[in-house]
Design a protein around this ligand. Structure first.
Ligand code: ATP
Ligand code: MG
Length: 201
């Protein structure tokens, strides 16, 4: 009984110290500005994280926009939902999927989406821009790295940007305010389970 009481008191004291530290850090974090967030790594959860942030923004009445740099072979659920909520999308026209091997056509498809996204990155009425799977466009040289970095640096100061995709370029990681790496511990696909509607797209 005494032990339990002592334990409870120690726990309370520890929590109190922790709370003081957290409160001090919250009080010290005064700056408010648009963030560049990168979600990279080989595990599942990058795009869903990006779209989760878009949903969060919509829920607060903010204005996001979404550029998707890889055209899947199926309609993704997020797009259906968010377009219905008035979120503008720029998606790859016919052309780019993992299967295409036409470099000129893929470059043109990437550039077309980028031109729209670049416009969004100058629009102060947009609170958040999701650049889904942008990292591959840089890895394949479909987009010019310096041009992308410049557009990100010069965007409206309060605009947030989320970039997703594996193998993010070092320069973009350095520029980012927040970087998360989603690490694959397991993926169902490796056990022969196919991608499923509503969970994988
Ligand atoms: P999600 O859209 O589910 O958040 P993601 O954006 O992290 O996934 P991508 O690399 O864009 O991952 O791949 C998209 C598709 O591939 C999704 O259907 C996802 O379930 C699947 N996937 C993601 N990671 C892996 C993996 N390590 N092995 C096999 N399939 C994967
Ligand atoms: Mg993805």
């Amino acid at each position: 009984m005494v032990d339990e009481q002592q334990q409870a008191e120690r726990h309370k004291a520890r929590q109190q110290r922790l709370k003081e530290k957290v409160d001090a850090r919250i009080a010290a974090a005064q700056e408010e500005r648009g963030l560049l967030i990168v979600i990279t790594g080989d595990g599942k959860g990058k795009s869903t994280s990006g779209f989760g942030t878009v949903c969060r923004a919509v829920g607060h009445g903010l204005k996001p926009a979404v550029a998707q740099f890889i055209k899947g072979t199926w309609a993704c659920g997020e797009r259906t939902l968010l377009e219905g909520a008035g979120v503008p999308f720029a998606v790859m026209a016919t052309g780019f999927t993992w299967e295409t091997q036409d470099r000129a056509q893929d470059t043109a498809a990437a550039q077309a989406v980028w031109q729209v996204a670049k416009g969004w990155l100058t629009d102060p009425t947009l609170d958040l821009v999701l650049l889904d799977e942008l990292t591959y466009m840089l890895a394949y040289d479909y987009l010019d790295l310096d041009e992308v970095l410049e557009a990100l640096v010069n965007r409206p100061p309060r605009q947030h940007v989320v970039v997703t995709g594996r193998g993010c370029h070092r320069a973009l990681l350095e520029l980012a305010d927040t970087v998360s790496e989603v690490k694959k511990v397991k993926h169902a696909f490796d056990a022969g389970i196919k991608a499923q509607q509503g969970v994988d797209w």
